[in-house]
Write a protein that binds this ligand. Structure first.
Ligand code: DAT
Ligand code: MG
Length: 147
């Protein structure tokens, strides 16, 4: 089953949005298979956002993502990578549709509440950066037959 790396960013944690965000993915029908509250080190931040190294916003991005705890998660389900990106909305909250997480809770691109993997390769890479194999719980919910 497909897995995606999803993370409530420091602004989302400070604004008490962990529960709201977890609930959206639960209600949609996805399955939480790992989760932890951590403060990201500068080294991990630079690895996680490696593709953006050299861009004008990179330093700010690293200092923001390391500025307080994040809630890192792995969600599982059919097409979860693409669907989670839709549920998150556009990177810039000003362009994100109402009803999406960034559209409902974000204002500025530099603090856009949530991260989600954008492809199968990035999901695999990000999951490995944040979790060990034995952090991932393999279980079935009987309700999944109805989703
Ligand atoms: P996403 O988080 O939607 O995958 P991304 O990978 O292009 O977006 O960028 C990673 C993060 O970097 C994004 O969530 C917020 C920040 N960011 C992107 N573009 C930015 C910009 N033009 N100015 C400031 N921050 C930016
Ligand atoms: Mg991205």
């Amino acid at each position: 089953m497909e897995k995606s790396f999803i993370m409530v960013k420091p602004d989302g944690v400070q604004r008490n949005l962990i529960g709201e965000i977890v609930q959206r993915f639960e209600k949609k029908g996805f399955t939480l298979v790992a989760g932890k509250l951590i403060t990201i080190s500068p080294e991990l931040a630079e690895q996680h956002y490696g593709e953006h190294k050299g861009k004008a916003f990179f330093e700010n991005l690293v200092s923001f993502i390391t500025s307080g705890p994040v809630f890192a998660m792995i969600w599982e389900g059919e097409d979860v990578i693409k669907t989670a990106r839709k549920m998150m909305g556009s990177t810039n909250p000003a362009e994100a549709e109402p009803g999406t997480i960034r559209g409902d809770y974000g204002v500025r691109v530099s603090m856009n509440v949530i991260h989600g993997s954008d492809s199968g390769e990035s999901a695999e890479r990000e999951i490995k950066l944040f979790f060990n194999n034995d952090d991932i719980v393999d279980y079935k919910k009987t309700v999944n037959d109805w989703i």
